[in-house]
Design a protein around this ligand. Structure first.
Ligand code: ASP
Length: 366
């Protein structure tokens, strides 16, 4: 079109030679011009990210009786900083096209390595003064899952759970068998002393004293029902490929005995992920979460009853669990990137990136 106009103009005014030069020039630069127009129309990176494939990440650091009065500003800052560090690390993995499984494993590893949480390094003590750790992970794309329970020498149980999922034909390995499997796959074992922290040791001593007092008929200190219990960690993620994953890791409950295992390593109770519905990680008194099959129940309400993620999670955490006196909460993401974080306790350590890409860390009901 433009070429024809130039030719007509040149012929009319006897400018044939300059006209031909102009046409040749235009033909040469036309592809570059077109490309520039296209580039000019491309969205800036931030917008492209928002309008492109969705990716989301939510983490928790346990639910329980967590009140502002109990917490010093310094300790609160430590929690917030660590949650933020884990959140940002996981988010970067997803932003750089990493998988939801990689994000979940990495986030949980960071929290396991912190003494603040009841998982990995900061795990609570059993009645016998040992530490027994549980963890699980699930891939929403393949519905594959891996879990370990009552392991005593594994620094990062979430990574061992992933190994079980990827390198064994099984879903759940426990105790010594799980550690033999770990050694066979080159996982370094740590001595029990690695898990010693004064705070958790003191919590055990208090629990043992309360137990003794109550069996002697003496009234135990007013019960802080969650003391020594909260601090389990979990993560749910949706990656750019639309794949969901969930993981949970815990030291269980203070003063547990007889090989007690809670919901965290039980697929369907403490952890569940399914690309058709959602990814869920739970925290709370495990016995109730096992009996209510919490994580799978939320997914089932979405799949079979057509509920939204928020309604399904509220139904289970705010209606069904309280009826049986089950305390705790969940974090969840659905396949479309919606998130839900209901809890029926006074607090739940939790963090997520909001729709504008801003990190949000919360502890109390606010
Ligand atoms: N659910 C964990 C357990 O029962 C504890 C917790 O989440 O606080 O082992």
């Amino acid at each position: 079109m433009l070429v024809r106009e130039i030719l007509r103009f040149c012929v009319l005014r006897d400018y044939e030679l300059p006209g031909i030069v102009l046409i040749l020039l235009f033909t040469a630069i036309e592809p570059a011009l077109r490309q520039n127009v296209a580039l000019g129309q491309a969205a800036p990176p931030a917008q492209a990210e928002r309008s492109g494939a969705k990716f989301r990440l939510v983490i928790h650091g346990g639910a329980g009786t967590i009140s502002r009065g109990q917490m010093s500003p310094e300790l609160e800052k430590e929690y917030r900083d660590k949650l933020l560090e884990a959140l940002k690390t996981g988010y970067e993995i997803l932003r750089n096209d990493g998988s939801s499984l990689d994000a979940v494993e990495r986030v949980i590893t960071i929290l396991e390595d912190s003494p603040l949480f009841n998982a990995g390094k900061g795990s609570v003590f059993t009645h016998e003064g040992t530490n027994e750790l549980d963890a699980s992970i699930m891939d929403g794309k393949t519905l594959k899952a891996g879990s370990v329970a009552a392991v005593k020498h594994i620094k990062n149980p979430i990574s061992l759970a992933r190994l079980v999922m990827e390198k064994s034909p099984h879903v759940m390995l426990v105790g010594e068998g799980a550690e033999t499997f770990a050694k066979a796959h080159g996982v370094e074992l740590v001595p029990q002393g690695y898990f010693y922290t004064q705070k958790r040791w003191d919590q055990l001593q208090k629990a043992l004293k309360d137990e003794k007092d109550s069996s002697a008929g003496r009234k135990a200190q007013p019960a802080d029902t969650s003391e020594g219990k909260h601090g389990t960690v979990g993560c749910v993620a949706l990656d750019k490929g639309g794949n969901l994953a969930a993981g949970t890791s815990t030291g269980g409950t203070t003063n547990k005995r007889f090989g007690r295992v809670g919901d965290s390593p039980i697929i369907g109770a403490g952890t569940y992920a399914n690309n058709l519905t959602c990814a869920v990680s739970a925290t709370g008194t495990g016995e109730f979460f096992i009996r209510s099959v919490v994580a799978h129940d939320i997914s089932a309400l979405m799949e079979y009853a057509g509920m939204s993620l928020q309604n399904a999670a509220d139904k289970v955490v705010m209606e069904k669990l309280p009826k049986m006196a089950g305390d705790g909460g969940v974090i969840a993401i659905d396949k479309d990137g919606n998130i839900a974080m209901p809890f029926n306790t006074t607090g739940m350590y939790r963090a997520y990136i909001d729709a504008d890409g801003k990190p949000v860390v919360k502890i109390y009901k606010e």
